[in-house]
Ligand binder design. Structure first.
Ligand code: FE2
Length: 194
């Protein structure tokens, strides 16, 4: 269940919103889409290929929604080789040339979303959360203390999947609310062509 906070004045003690309607309404303020999906159809440890089959209908629905051409499953654990080297890529405010779309299968992470009105909204994502951050949205990401996340990712064009840093230093003013280094990296375990 996602936990959303509006961080006016970097209020770490801001009230966390968890009701799906509240999460959707708050994220819509920064143009971000959110859904809750069923988790029961596949186990946390199922092979990536099985995950992609289990969620084939949703993967196809996303293709229709946003023109995504590929999807994969990413697994990150504290033992992921090169994790620390990759962490810093995503904890600085950046944008992408394509949408950042994730369905969380297990683990936790937190996105910080920097809207056009300068407001920063944090959203902690966990199993069952689907989120779409439109291309061009200023954001950064960190893992929670477990340093673990498993997620389906969608891509419009893999060439666009690089962070474009804003160098704003806005990220410097926000403590990770669930702690842990940063990563949403590239260790895909399977890819499916749509
Ligand atoms: Fe990103």
């Amino acid at each position: 269940m996602a936990r959303v906070k509006i961080l006016d004045n970097n209020a770490a003690d801001a009230t966390a919103l968890t009701a799906v309607e509240d999460v959707c309404t708050t994220l819509a303020m920064v143009g971000v889409d959110y859904e809750r999906w069923d988790l029961s159809r596949v186990s946390e440890t199922a092979p990536a290929e099985d995950v992609l089959v289990a969620y084939r209908d949703e993967i196809e629905r996303m293709k229709q929604l946003g023109g995504y051409t590929t999807a994969d499953v990413i697994d990150v654990t504290p033992d992921t080789p090169g994790l620390d080297a990759m962490l810093a890529r995503f904890d600085k405010e950046h944008t992408h040339a394509e949408d950042e779309v994730r369905f969380i299968l297990c683990g936790r992470g937190i996105f910080f979303l920097h809207g056009n009105d300068q407001r920063v909204i944090s959203v902690e994502v966990a199993a069952g959360d689907w989120i779409r951050i439109p291309r061009g949205t200023r954001h950064w990401f960190t893992l929670c203390s477990e340093r673990q996340i498993r997620a389906i990712r969608w891509f419009q064009q893999t060439s666009g999947w690089t962070p474009e840093y804003t160098d704003s230093d806005v990220d410097q003013g926000y403590e990770p609310l669930c702690f842990g280094p940063v990563f949403v990296g590239q260790r895909a375990t399977a890819t499916i062509a749509l």
